[in-house]
Write a protein that binds this ligand. Structure first.
Ligand SMILES: NC(=O)c1ccc[n+]([C@@H]2O[C@H](COP(=O)([O-])OP(=O)(O)OC[C@H]3O[C@@H](n4cnc5c(N)ncnc54)[C@H](OP(=O)(O)O)[C@@H]3O)[C@@H](O)[C@H]2O)c1
Length: 339
C-alpha cells in the first residue's frame, strides 16, 4: 500500500568496505520495497552517532556484507507499507526509525524498517529533526535512570559525560534526584557541563584525577558507573569505587580492551558488565515500551533534547562524518535529503 508516488531510485550513502569514512561514497540506489510488517520511510533527517562510526569501521555489534547503507536511526514519514496490520497503522505517520542491523540504513532518502519495533510514532510536539535523535540516546538515558533507581543508587559515575547522551543523563538525573559524578577529558567539557548545572565534573587528564575520583566516589557512596570509554578508564573506575561496586560498560570510545584487575573481581567484590539498548529493550513488553516511548517523547523538548551543530545533505556525508570525527562534543550533525 503506497501513500504517494515513490520513485524507483534514491540518493544513498553507501559503505563499500568496513574502512571508516574512506569506504563511503554517494550513489543512486534502488528504493527498497517494504516486506511483510515493514514500512518504507521517506527520510527527513538522520544523525551521525558514535555507533555509526564504529559500524563504518566494522567494530559494532553487527556487520552486514558490504556494500551497505549505514545510518542507525532517523525520522521521516511512512509513505508505503508491506502486507500486515502493523504496517498499515503507520501509513502517513511521522515516525522515528531504527534501522540498526539490517545493512540498509537511514543515510538515504528512503529506508525500510520493521513495523514491529523499527518505527515508533512521533508526538506532534516533536519536530522531525529532534525525532531523528529520539531513539538511541533518549531511550538509553531513560534506561540508565531506570537501572540506577531499580538498583537503589543515589549517585552514579558517568564517563564521556559531555556527550549528547551524557547531557541528557545529567538533566534527567537532576529532575529525578540522582547525583552524577561526571568524567570528561577536556577542560572545555568541564565548563560546558558546569554551565548546564552539573556540580561534580572531573577531567580525566588532570594529574590528580584518580585521587579526586576516589575521594568523591567514597564520599557519595557511589557504587555504579556507566562507562563509555573502556580501556584503562574501566580500571580507573574500578580502583576508585568502593567495595561491591559495578562498572557498566556501554561503549568503547577508546577502542581499547576493557581493563580490570583480578583483585577487583576476587577480593573487592566488584563487577564489570555490558549494556546495549537493543537487548535491554527486548526485556520489555510492548506496553512497557510504548509507555516509555510516550514519556520520552514528552521529555524531548528539555531533558532529552539534542543540540544540533550542523546539517549536511547526503551528498556531503563524507565531509560530515570527518567533521564529526574531529570533534564529537557540541551537538549532533544531521544528514538530510537535498531540499
Ligand atoms: N550501548 C548503547 O546501547 C548505547 C546507546 C547510546 C549511546 N551509546 C554510547 O554513548 C556514547 C555517547 O553517545 P553520544 O551520541 O551522546 O555521543 P556524542 O554526543 O557524539 O559525544 C561523544 C563524546 O565522547 C567523547 N569521546 C570520544 N572519544 C573519547 C575517548 N576516547 N575518551 C573519552 N571521551 C571520548 C567526545 O569528546 P570529544 O569532543 O573530546 O571527542 C564526546 O564528548 C557513545 O560512546 C555511544 O556509542 C551507547
Amino acid at each position: 500500500m503506497t501513500l504517494a508516488q515513490v520513485p524507483s531510485q534514491m540518493t544513498a550513502v553507501v559503505l563499500d568496505s568496513y574502512s571508516g569514512v574512506e569506504g563511503l561514497r554517494v550513489e543512486q540506489h534502488p528504493v527498497p520495497k517494504p516486506g511483510k510488517d515493514e514500512v518504507l520511510v521517506k527520510v527527513a533527517a538522520s544523525p551521525i552517532n558514535p555507533s555509526d562510526l564504529a559500524y563504518l569501521a566494522g567494530q559494532y555489534g553487527f556487520k552486514n556484507p558490504p556494500p551497505v547503507i549505514p545510518g542507525g536511526e532517523g525520522s521521516g514519514t511512512v509513505v508505503a507499507v508491506g502486507p500486515g496490520m502493523m504496517g498499515r497503522y503507520f501509513l502517513g505517520k511521522r515516525v522515528a526509525c531504527l534501522s540498526q542491523g539490517t545493512g540498509s540504513g537511514s543515510w538515504a532518502e528512503y529506508v525500510v524498517v520493521s513495523a514491529k519495533g523499527g518505527a515508533l510514532p512521533l508526538d506532534q510536539s516533536v519536530s522531525l529533526e529532534q525525532g531523528a535523535m529520539s531513539f538511541v540516546n533518549p531511550l538509553t538515558a531513560y534506561a540508565f535512570l531506570e537501572i540506577t533507581k531499580k538498583g537503589g543508587h543515589k549517585t552514579i559515575v558517568l564517563t564521556a559525560a559531555a556527550s549528547a547522551l551524557g547531557q541528557m543523563v545529567n538533566r534527567l538525573g537532576r529532575s529525578e534526584g540522582v547525583q552524577i559524578i561526571n568524567v570528561v577529558r577536556r577542560e572545555a567539557q568541564v565548563d560546558l557541563l558546569k554551565q548546564q548545572g552539573a556540580t561534580v565534573v572531573l577531567n580525566s587528564n588532570e594529574a590528580d584525577f584518580d585521587q579526586k575520583l576516589r575521594d568523591v566516589c567514597h564520599q557519595t557512596e557511589a557504587h555504579l558507573a556507566f562507562d563509555a570509554v573502556a580501556g584503562s578508564m574501566t580500571r580507573q573506575l574500578l580502583d576508585a569505587l568502593p567495595q561491591n561496586s559495578k562498572v557498566t560498560v556501554y561503549s568503547c570510545l577508546s577502542r581499547e580492551a576493557v581493563q580490570a584487575g583480578a583483585d577487583h573481581i576476587i577480593f573487592e567484590g566488584k563487577a564489570v558488565e555490558g549494556f546495549w539498548l537493543g537487548p535491554w529493550m527486548t526485556g520489555k513488553n510492548i506496553i512497557q515500551i510504548l509507555l516509555m516511548w510516550r514519556r520520552a517523547q514528552k521529555l524531548m523538548a528539555k531533558e532529552l533534547k539534542s543540540e544540533i551543530r550542523a546539517r549536511y545533505p547526503f551528498q556531503d556525508a563524507k565531509k560530515a562524518v570527518q567533521e564529526y570525527q574531529n570533534q564529537m562534543t557540541g551537538g549532533k550533525i544531521l544528514l538530510r535529503p537535498n531540499q
